[in-house]
Design a protein. Structure first.
Length: 233
């Protein structure tokens, strides 16, 4: 028995449907029937080998939703707004496009600022969560933090984050980062979402339109996450 995948044969190549053999799950593994899969910029980085660790043919996709078929014998920004508002924080959304301001407020932002206005926000924020994977004016980002403020980095920026030592020392600011969380923390997050009615805004496409979704993701033409539907394919 085989499994259907969508794979790229080389860096930058479009995805094509292929069949691969079905492996028997080990005792500590499970077999998952994939129902939907979100697309994010980490998928683009893997497809284009930006991180230098991709092996081809490559099957992307890390935000998988599915149904457990066999247990081994023996999808950030608009969600962050909703979470922060539910926690009781005063929330500011930083964007390059004020056309998103109304949606940002609907998701929970009290204020919306253009990213280019960040130098005018000195000492304003206790926490900055950066979800984009491109270089910013890091000095302006650090200057926007209040004393003891923290920059939490989620976007996988390829270039080093250049910050002066005194940006950290003078007001005891810090920089942290995280890739994902533990299963226990994820369960708490899902329960928090249920209690506060926190939901992602997605655009659903059938799996056979995956290359269209990838190109639109490259252009930033998505509100706010593509979900590929293998059930409707």
């Amino acid at each position: 028995m085989g499994v259907t995948v969508w794979q790229a044969r080389e860096a930058g190549a479009p995805l094509e449907r292929a069949e691969r053999p079905m492996l028997e799950p080990a005792r500590d593994e499970l077999l998952l029937q994939v129902l939907h899969c979100g697309l994010c910029h980490s998928d683009l980085s893997m497809l284009d080998n930006h991180w230098g660790m991709s092996a081809y043919p490559l099957v992307p996709g890390l935000e998988v939703v599915g149904r457990v078929a066999v247990i081994g014998v023996g999808g950030l920004g608009h969600m962050a707004l909703q979470f922060a508002r539910a926690w009781g924080c005063e929330v500011t959304a930083l964007t390059t496009n004020l056309g998103k301001a109304e949606e940002a407020r609907r998701f929970g932002a009290h204020h919306v600022e253009l990213l280019e206005a960040l130098p005018d926000c000195a000492g304003r924020f206790d926490l900055v969560i950066n979800t984009v994977n491109q270089s910013l004016d890091w000095s302006a980002v650090m200057a926007s933090l209040a004393p003891l403020g923290r920059l939490h980095q989620l976007g996988a920026v390829l270039e080093p984050i250049s910050v002066g030592a005194f940006d950290l020392i003078a007001s005891r600011r810090s920089i942290t980062g995280s890739p994902t969380s533990s299963p226990a923390s994820l369960l708490k997050m899902v329960e928090f979402c249920r209690r506060h009615d926190i939901r992602p805004q997605v655009e659903r496409l059938p799996m056979d339109r995956v290359n269209e979704a990838i190109e639109r993701l490259r252009l930033g033409d998505v509100r706010y996450r593509f979900v590929l539907d293998s059930v409707a394919d």
